[in-house]
Design a protein around this ligand. Structure first.
Ligand SMILES: Nc1ncnc2c1ncn2[C@@H]1O[C@H](COP(=O)(O)OP(=O)(O)OP(=O)(O)O)[C@@H](O)[C@H]1O
Ligand SMILES: [Mg+2]
Length: 273
């Protein structure tokens, strides 16, 4: 892996039938960078992550991951850990927490090989990182939403990824779990793992990342949060009057009350009243 960039997107367009989901996105993610992908519902964030993974083919444009098109990654696919957005696993499907995480190793194990002791140890290590060791033998479907989310983070970590893609890993989890996810990501960032995380927590995520990319079909802005999260950018992205104040350690956003619901901030307003 010589390239300075782990992900390179050039004039990428993605369509579903006639619907244009991603429009002319050009962006590079440097090795070791922690990037937050922000944008309103339906902006194309998940689509972009799936395009990076090669699960969705762009209609046009160029996508390179570790210097090659995603579908040509071969064994390097196991360098990527992926936490999909709110996975729905049938609650009655009798699969254990341990096995869900072990499945994350399959890129590495190869489908024909039996899991080795190293695979099993890596599974337990990953579960320890997300503080779920006590739940290894429980049925995945019996866990709470936040516990399931932690297990899915463990499944992405079990490959010792060089690139970690997370699609809203903190949505629907409590503050403690969310903070522990950020703690894990901060550690991995320090170890040089490249991280791309989709999030709606504009204020919180800005404290942790090197850069943010705001998309709304096309790329609205891309750069360090303090430089790019301006009133104009947020207003372009969410189509409402929003303002980001960056003072002190925690940037926060002020929105017109009537627009708060649109971007999921109605609770903030309620608490203030
Ligand atoms: N499989 C699909 N078939 C048809 N349209 C799709 C499909 N997946 C996504 N879309 C559409 O493409 C657009 C982008 O969807 P995407 O899931 O990428 O948005 P998102 O930014 O991840 O939104 P959210 O914040 O709600 O997760 C939306 O208009 C969505 O309806
Ligand atoms: Mg999404």
């Amino acid at each position: 892996m010589d390239s300075e960039f782990v992900i390179e997107l050039e004039h990428v367009y993605v369509t579903y039938q006639t619907h244009l989901a991603v429009k002319d996105v050009t962006m590079k993610v440097r090795r070791g960078e922690f990037l937050a992908l922000l944008g309103p519902n339906g902006a194309g964030k998940t689509t972009l992550i799936k395009t990076i993974l090669g699960l969705t083919e762009p209609a046009s444009g160029k996508v390179q991951v570790f210097g090659v098109p995603p579908r040509s990654l071969g064994e390097r696919r196991s360098w990527i850990g992926y936490v999909p957005q709110a996975t729905k696993i049938d609650p009655n499907f009798p699969i254990r927490v341990f096995d869900i995480v072990l499945m994350g190793r399959y890129g590495k194990i190869g489908l024909l090989r039996r899991p080795s002791r190293a695979d099993k140890e890596a599974t337990l290590r990953a579960l320890k990182m997300v503080n779920m060791t006590d739940h290894v033998d429980r049925r995945f479907g019996d866990l709470s939403g936040g516990q399931q989310q932690r297990v899915l983070v463990a499944r992405a970590l079990v490959v010792d990824p060089k690139l970690l893609l997370l699609d809203e890993p903190t949505t629907g989890v409590d503050v403690t779990t969310s903070t522990s996810v950020y703690d894990i990501l901060t550690d991995l960032h320090l170890q040089g793992v490249t991280i791309v995380m989709v999030s709606h927590d504009v204020g919180v995520v800005s404290q942790y990342v090197d850069k943010v990319a705001c998309i709304n079909q096309s790329l609205v802005v891309h750069g360090p949060p303090k430089e790019v999260l301006t009133e104009e950018a947020l207003s372009d992205m969410y189509g409402c009057a929003a303002m980001m104040f960056v003072h002190g350690p925690m940037p926060h956003m002020v929105v017109k009350k009537e627009m708060a619901g649109v971007i999921g901030l109605e609770d903030v307003h309620r608490r203030k009243e």
